[in-house]
Write a protein that binds this ligand. Structure first.
Ligand code: CR6
Length: 841
C-alpha cells in the first residue's frame, strides 16, 4: 500500500503526522486550542461544560490516532476479526475511562487544574451513553473494553439511538419516564458520512431462470433507507490498541426529503417520509427480558444487521480470498437473538448476490456465527409473526422456510417417524398466526451456543433447548460465565481501593491479570491493612450518603449497614420480597424494647432501578418502596435503626458511586430465573458481601470465594417446578410473617391499600409464581444472620478481603479469552514494542 505513494509525499505525511500528546503542557495546549477554535470560546467564557468538551476532544484526537494505527496494523496482518453484534451497548461515561485506560489521568488532572478546573467536576459534566437496558448491554460494554485491552482485532456493531434508555424521575412515589436526548453534544463519536449503506424493506420476490438455467430470486421494490456509520473509539487499557464500535444511524434514502413529492406540492408527506426513515434508529426499546414483537423493532434489527454485514462482507472482499475462507477471517457473535437475521442475511448475500450454491453458503454461515443465550424466561424468547416478516422481509422469510426445511429433513433422518419432535423443534411455530422462533433459528445458524453462567448453561441444555442437544450433540452447547471489566468496576469506581491493592501486590498488574488479587489473602488478618480497607469502605459510604442527601433529602448514617439492591425492577428479581422484608423489619423494630433496639445494627435499605414503562407490576413495586420509605424515614420511633431509600435514575455512572459503598447487596432472584447477573460480581469485587439465592453466577461466586463468605438462602432451581405445581394444585399455605406484612399493607400504613393489591394477590391468589412466600422465612432468617455477622466487624472485614482476593475468575478478560479460544478461534494482535509511541506509561 505504502509503495503506491511517491517518496516525497510519503515523507511529508510522515513529517506532519499527528502525534498523541504525552505531557501536561501538550495536553493543555490541545485543550486551549479546542476551546478557542473548535468551541469558539475563550478563557473568559469557558465553563465546566466547555472544559469537559475541550478536554474530551483532546483525548478523542489522541484515541483516533491510535485507532487508525490499530486498524492499519490489523489490515496489514490480515488476521481473523471478531464482530460483536449487540443491539445494546451500555457504555456509561467515556472521559474518565479514556484517561485511565490511556494512563494519562494524572497528566489531565494537573493540566486541568492549571487551567482552573477540578477534574471531578469536569468528569461529572458528561452525559452517560445509555444505549442499553441492563446486564446484557453492560456486558457488551465490558466485552469491548476487554477485547481492546487484550489486543483482539474486534469490532462492536450496534445502533445509534437518538434516545437511549429513558431518564427515571420519581414523582409522588411513582416512576415517570423522561426522554434521554443524549446526542446534543457527543465528542466521542466520529460521523462517517462516507460510509453509507442502502437498506431495503418490503417489496416482493421475483423468481426466474437465468440464461444458464439457474434459479434466481430477486428482491425488488419496496422502500430504501440509508444507514450512516458513526464510529466510537474503544481504548484498551495499557496498550495502544484502540478498537472500534460502529453504530448505525438511519436516514431517508432520498436525501433531505422527497423532491418529487415536494415539487408536486406534497411538502408535508415528503418530510414525513424522511421522519419515518429516521424513526428506525430513534429509540431504544426499554424492555429488559421481554419481547413485544413490534414491527419497528424488527425494522431496527434488520436495518442494523444488514448494514453491519454489508460492511463486514465488503472488508472481506477487499482481501480477494475465496468465499470458503470467510469463516477463517470472520467470527460473528450474536448477543442474544436480536441479530439472528444476520445468519439469514449472510445466506441471502451468498446465494442471491454472490451466486454460491445453498450448501456451500450454509456451511460458511454456520461456521461464522456463534450465539449467546441470556435468558430462559419464556416471555423474553423472541418470536416474529410470519405475516409481519412476509411483509417486511419477503426474501428472508423464504430463506428461513428453506433453512427450516433442510433442518427438519436432517432431524427426520436422525429420528425417523418422530413427528412430535419435528413440531417441537421447527423454526416455524404452527400457531395463529405462525411465528418464527428466533432462538431456534440462531441455534441452527451457529456452530456454538453458549449460556452465561454454569447453572444457566445447564438449564438451557435440559429445558428450552433439550431437543437440540439430541439433534446436534452436546458439544455444540457450552458455557462462558459472564465477567466484568476491573478497569471500570474497580480502578475507576473505587480508586482508593485500587491504590491500596496496588500497594500490596506490586502495582496495577492486577488490572490486567485479575488473579493477582490472590496475593491479598495474606493480608486478611493484617491489622494495619484491615484498618485501611475499612476506612476506604467508610469513605465510599460517606460519598454515597452525600449523594442520597442531595438527591432525596434523607440523612443516612454512614456507620449503618448499607444493604443495596440496584438492578432493573422485575418480579423474578424479587424486589418485592426485599421490601416485604423491610416492612417485616419495621414491624419487628416497632415491637422491640429499648434494650433490644440497642443491640440491633442500624440499616439503610437502598433500592434503585428502572421499570419498563409498560410493566405495571414493576411500577407498583417502586411505588411501594417509596411509600414505605416515606413512612419509615419519618417515624421518630425508628430513627437511625432503619432508613429506606429509592435512588432515582439508576445508571452506569451512578453504579460507580453505589457499588463501592455496599456492605451487603441483594441478588435474590427465584432460583433458575437469573441467567447470570453481573452486579453481584461488581459488589463483591468492591468489598461487599452478598445475600443471594442459588441462582446464576451466585453459585460460581460461592465456589470461588467460599460459602462462609456469602449469605445464601432459599429453594433450589431443581425444586421450583414442583413448588409451583403444589401452589396451583395442592393446598397453598403462606408464610405467617409474610401475612403480617400483607395485613400491614392492607391496613393502609403505607398509603392507599388498594394501590398495592396486585402485589399481594399475585402471591395470595395467583399461585405465587416467583416463590416469594416459599423463600420468605429463609430470607428473613438469613437477614438476621447478616445482622449478627455485621456486629463482628473484625471478621466481616476479613470475609470481604478474602472475597476480593478470590474474585479473579470474574474478569471479563477471562470471558473474552474463553470466547476467543472456544468459539471464535481468533488470536490477539499485539502492537510491536516501539511501534506506537505516546502511551502514557
Ligand atoms: N437481563 C440476564 O437476565 C445476565 C445478562 C447478561 C440478561 C442477566 O442475568 O447477566 O443478560 N438477559 O448475560 C437478557 O437481557 C435477555 C439481562 O441483562
Amino acid at each position: 500500500v505504502e509503495a503506491s505513494i511517491p517518496e516525497p509525499q510519503r515523507a511529508a505525511w510522515k513529517k506532519f503526522q499527528a502525534t498523541p500528546f504525552v505531557t501536561k503542557e501538550d495536553f493543555e495546549k490541545e485543550v486551549v486550542r479546542h476551546v478557542e477554535t473548535t468551541l469558539a470560546r475563550s478563557m473568559f467564557n469557558c465553563d465546566e461544560t466547555a472544559a469537559y468538551a475541550a478536554a474530551s476532544l483532546a483525548f478523542r484526537d489522541r484515541l483516533i490516532t491510535e485507532w487508525n494505527r490499530t486498524q492499519q496494523r490489523q489490515t496489514f496482518a490480515d488476521t481473523k476479526r471478531v464482530y460483536y453484534l449487540s443491539l445494546e451497548f451500555l457504555m456509561g461515561r467515556a472521559f474518565d475511562n479514556a484517561m485511565l485506560n490511556v494512563g494519562l489521568k494524572n497528566v489531565a488532572k494537573e493540566g486541568l487544574s492549571e487551567l482552573g478546573f477540578r477534574i471531578e467536576d469536569i468528569i461529572s459534566q458528561e452525559h452517560d451513553a445509555a444505549l442499553g437496558n441492563g446486564g446484557l448491554g453492560r456486558l457488551a460494554a465490558c466485552f469491548l473494553d476487554s477485547m481492546a485491552s487484550l489486543n483482539y482485532p474486534a469490532w462492536g456493531y450496534g445502533l445509534r439511538y437518538r434516545y437511549g434508555i429513558f431518564k427515571q424521575e420519581i414523582v409522588d412515589g411513582y416512576q415517570v419516564e423522561v426522554p434521554d436526548y443524549w446526542l446534543d453534544f457527543n465528542p466521542w463519536e466520529f460521523p462517517r458520512h462516507d460510509i453509507v449503506v442502502d437498506i431495503q424493506f418490503y417489496g416482493g420476490v421475483r423468481k426466474y431462470q437465468d440464461e444458464h438455467g439457474r434459479n434466481i430470486a430477486k428482491w425488488e421494490g419496496g422502500e430504501m433507507v440509508k444507514a450512516v456509520a458513526y464510529d466510537v473509539p474503544i481504548p484498551g487499557y495499557d496498550t495502544p490498541s484502540t478498537n472500534n464500535m460502529r453504530l448505525w444511524s438511519s436516514k431517508a434514502a432520498s436525501g433531505e426529503f422527497d423532491f418529487q413529492k415536494f415539487n408536486s406540492g406534497d411538502y408535508e408527506s415528503s418530510v414525513a417520509d424522511q421522519q419515518r426513515a429516521e424513526t428506525i434508529s430513534a429509540v431504544l426499546y426499554p424492555n429488559d427480558n421481554l419481547d413485544r414483537g413490534k414491527e419497528l423493532r424488527l425494522k431496527q434489527q434488520y436495518f442494523w444487521v444488514a448494514a453491519s454485514l454489508y460492511d463486514i462482507v465488503r472488508r472481506f472482499k477487499k482481501s480477494k480470498r475465496a468465499w470458503s475462507e470467510f469463516p477463517d477471517q470472520v467470527a460473528i457473535q450474536l448477543n442474544d437473538t436480536h441479530p439472528t437475521l444476520a445468519t439469514v442475511e449472510l445466506q441471502r448475500i451468498l446465494i442471491d448476490l454472490e451466486g454460491l450454491e445453498w450448501d456451500e453458503a450454509w456451511t460458511i454461515v454456520t461456521k461464522t456465527f456463534g450465539y449467546t443465550n441470556h435468558t430462559v424466561l419464556p416471555e423474553a424468547l423472541e418470536k416474529w409473526s410470519v405475516p409481519l416478516m412476509q411483509n417486511l422481509l419477503p426474501r428472508h422469510l423464504q430463506i428461513i422456510y428453506e433453512i427450516n426445511m433442510y433442518f427438519l429433513q436432517s432431524v427426520e433422518r436422525k429420528f425417523p417417524g418422530d413427528r412430535e419432535m419435528l413440531g417441537r423443534v421447527s423454526i416455524i411455530e404452527e400457531s395463529q398466526p405462525k411465528m418464527v422462533r428466533m432462538a431456534y433459528l440462531a441455534i441452527v445458524g451457529s456452530h456454538k451456543v453458549n449460556g452465561v453462567a454454569e447453572l444457566h448453561s445447564d438449564l438451557i441444555k435440559t429445558t428450552i433447548f433439550k431437543d437440540f442437544v439430541k439433534i446436534f450433540g452436546p458439544d455444540k452447547f457450552t458455557n462462558v460465565t459472564n465477567g466484568i471489566t476491573p478497569r471500570r468496576w474497580l480502578h475507576q469506581a473505587n480508586p482508593r481501593l485500587s491504590e491500596l491493592i496496588a500497594s500490596k501486590t506490586g502495582g496495577l498488574g492486577f488490572l490486567k491479570d485479575l488473579n493477582i488479587l490472590n496475593e491479598l489473602e495474606k493480608f486478611a488478618d493484617d491489622k494495619e491493612f484491615k484498618k485501611e480497607w475499612a476506612e476506604i469502605k467508610y469513605a465510599n459510604k460517606v460519598r454515597l450518603a452525600k449523594h442520597i442527601k442531595t438527591t432525596t433529602g434523607v440523612t443516612v448514617n454512614p456507620s449503618a449497614l448499607f444493604d443495596i439492591q440496584v438492578k432493573r425492577i422485575h418480579e423474578y428479581k424479587r424486589q418485592q420480597m426485599n421490601i416485604f422484608g423491610v416492612i417485616h423489619r419495621y414491624l419487628t423494630i416497632k415491637a422491640m424494647t429499648a434494650e433490644e433496639r440497642k443491640k440491633l445494627a442500624p440499616r439503610v435499605s437502598i433500592f434503585g432501578g428502572k421499570a419498563a414503562p409498560g410493566y405495571w407490576m414493576a411500577k407498583t413495586i417502586i411505588h411501594l418502596i417509596n411509600n414505605v420509605g416515606a413512612k419509615v424515614n419519618n417515624d421518630p420511633d425508628i430513627g437511625d435503626l432503619l432508613k429506606v431509600i429509592f435512588l432515582e435514575d439508576y445508571n452506569v455512572s451512578k453504579a460507580e458511586i453505589i457499588t463501592p459503598a455496599s456492605d451487603v447487596s441483594e441478588h435474590i432472584s427465584t432460583a433458575g430465573t437469573e441467567a447470570s447477573g453481573t452486579s453481584n460480581m461488581k459488589f463483591v469485587l468492591n468489598g461487599g458481601l452478598i445475600i443471594g439465592t442459588c441462582d446464576g453466577a451466585n453459585i460460581e461466586i460461592t465456589r470461588e470465594i467460599g460459602e462462609n463468605n456469602i449469605f445464601l438462602f432459599g429453594n433450589l432451581a431443581e425444586d421450583v417446578e414442583d413448588l409451583r405445581h403444589a401452589h396451583n394444585y395442592g393446598s397453598h399455605t403462606l408464610d405467617p410473617d409474610l401475612l403480617k406484612v400483607f395485613e400491614t399493607i392492607k391496613s393502609g400504613t403505607f398509603g392507599d391499600a388498594g394501590a398495592f393489591s396486585a402485589l399481594t394477590s399475585a402471591i395470595e391468589d395467583h399461585g405465587d409464581y416467583y416463590l416469594v412466600s416459599d423463600d420468605f422465612h429463609s430470607y428473613i432468617q438469613t437477614q438476621a444472620l447478616v445482622d449478627e455477622a455485621y456486629k463482628n466487624q473484625d471478621e466481616w472485614i476479613t470475609k470481604t478481603i478474602l472475597s476480593v482476593a478470590r474474585m479473579g475468575f470474574f474478569s471479563s478478560d477471562r470471558c473474552i479469552n474463553e470466547y476467543a479460544e472456544m468459539i471464535w478461534n481468533v488470536e490477539p494482535l499485539a502492537p510491536e514494542k516501539g511501534e506506537t509511541d505516546g502511551l502514557g506509561k
